[in-house]
Design a protein around this ligand. Structure first.
Ligand SMILES: *Cc1c(COP(=O)(O)O)cnc(C)c1O
Length: 432
């Protein structure tokens, strides 16, 4: 189709003149507009501004916060296998909804449903856009207009980003029936609330906070014996049950085993995959979700699906998952690995070795404290806020934490192959 001449990819690059003119025009147009609006002329370097203009808005960032699932930093970094799967599917067409065996239309769910059944023990599964979507769809499909959904007062939670259980139930068109108290709800409280209009009991995990002291909650097994449908929103949930750090999260398999009709959980929290919401449970309930009109509005896209399939494949071998899924590897990082990284970082940037407490993040395991080494940077006369801002403004940006007037870099959330870039970026940010 093309001769050797056209095949040289360098020919696709714009000329210096075209590129420079386009960037300069855009930059000058913005400045003219600012002056026209009566603003002061910007003082910064025109060349630096032009360079910034050429950078994409959404960029790779180095996470030195020690918060493993950091929602503002894109939650879970993907495994090598998941990255490759995304790149492959993105580069061309795919069998997203084509059954390659018989040439007929297939379902995008087929790429992950069997894996989800195998890993959770559920009869059926459905992947949607995120866990908020999964819970909304679950309530809409099982309850619907004017039917009642029973929720413990201790579980009328807000997750952040305006996901509040009472509002989710209302948006799903169902009527909320509150039972129990903030700190104690017993299975009899649920039993007394069950009536003709009851569609389901909804359990929502207290993901990002804990109640302690005089507290009581009904176990999922008790709820599943009430004789009504049960939706269990476990939030992050745990698939890697053998990881001691995840002991405080509700295991997905336990809820399935208990007989929950639908269990909803997130793919990009402690599962360590792409943004997605997973529903697993009984055939009949999953079918109702798949057939509900909202399912189309909340459906998962092909790139997330590719990453999800690759991530779930790793979970078939729990040891492989602990090694290859970055979120699990970071939670379980051996002290000697962290020490080595911290020392290299401290030497490279001229910081002081100390300790810090890393966290799971992502609205999960709020009490889990992961002790480890860290590097403290003396900010100099500008102060810690100025140094943190300079680090964020670098290329690549480095995001750390401020503690007692110093910037702390936690190596737990930096990959080994990010250390050199982190060292160079910190050095550049500290240059006067
Ligand atoms: C995080 C969370 C959600 C929302 O999950 P997303 O994947 O962020 O949409 C819903 N319910 C609970 C209990 C959660 O912890």
């Amino acid at each position: 189709m093309s001769d050797a001449h056209d095949a040289d990819p360098r020919r696709a690059l714009p000329s210096v003149d075209r590129l420079a003119t386009a960037v300069a025009r855009a930059e000058l147009a913005e400045r003219r507009a600012a002056l026209h609006d009566g603003g002061a002329p910007p003082q910064d370097d025109l060349v630096a501004a032009a360079r910034r203009r050429l950078r994409p808005s959404l960029r790779r960032v180095l996470n030195a916060t020690g918060v493993v699932v950091h929602t503002n930093l894109g939650r879970a970094p993907l495994s090598t296998a998941a990255q490759a799967a995304v790149a492959d599917v993105a580069a061309g067409y795919s069998n997203l909804e084509l059954d390659l065996a018989d040439g007929r239309r297939g379902s995008r769910q087929d790429h992950v449903a069997a894996l989800l059944r195998e890993l959770t023990g559920a009869e059926a599964a459905l992947a949607v856009n995120n866990c908020a979507a999964a819970t909304l769809l679950a309530v809409a499909a099982l309850a619907g207009p004017d039917r009642e959904v029973i929720v413990s007062r201790g579980q009328l939670i807000e997750i952040g980003g305006s996901f509040r259980i009472p509002e989710v139930v209302a948006q799903a068109g169902a009527r909320l029936v509150e039972v129990g108290t903030t700190n104690r709800t017993r299975v009899d409280d649920y039993r007394r609330a069950i009536g003709e209009r009851t569609a389901a009991v909804l359990r929502a995990h207290q993901s990002n906070f804990r109640t302690v002291g005089f507290v009581e909650e009904a176990a999922i097994e008790e709820l599943c014996n009430l004789g009504v449908a049960v939706i269990d929103d476990v939030g992050s949930g745990a698939l890697a049950e053998d990881l001691p750090q995840l002991a405080g999260e509700p295991p997905v398999r336990r809820s399935v085993r208990a007989g929950a009709d639908l269990v909803a959980f997130s793919a990009d929290k402690l599962l360590g995959g792409p943004q997605a919401g997973l529903l697993v449970g009984r055939h009949e309930a999953i079918d109702r979700c798949a057939r509900h009109p909202l399912a189309r509005a909340l459906r998962i896209d092909k790139l997330s699906l590719a990453a999800l399939e690759a991530t779930l494949q790793l979970y078939r071998d729990p040891e492989l998952a602990r090694r290859e899924v970055p979120v699990l590897a970071m939670l379980d990082a051996p002290p000697e690995v962290l020490e080595r990284r911290a020392r290299r970082l401290a030497e490279g940037v001229g910081g002081e070795l100390g300790t810090a407490v890393a966290r799971a993040g992502g609205g999960a395991l709020p009490l889990l404290e992961l002790d480890g080494p860290a590097v403290a940077l003396d900010p100099g006369p500008g102060g810690a806020d100025a140094l943190a801002a300079a680090l964020r403004g670098g290329d690549p940006p480095v995001v750390g934490r401020i503690r007692a007037g110093r910037v702390i870099l936690d190596p737990r959330t930096l990959a080994d192959d990010e250390l050199d870039a982190a060292i160079a970026a910190v050095r550049a940010a500290r240059r006067p």
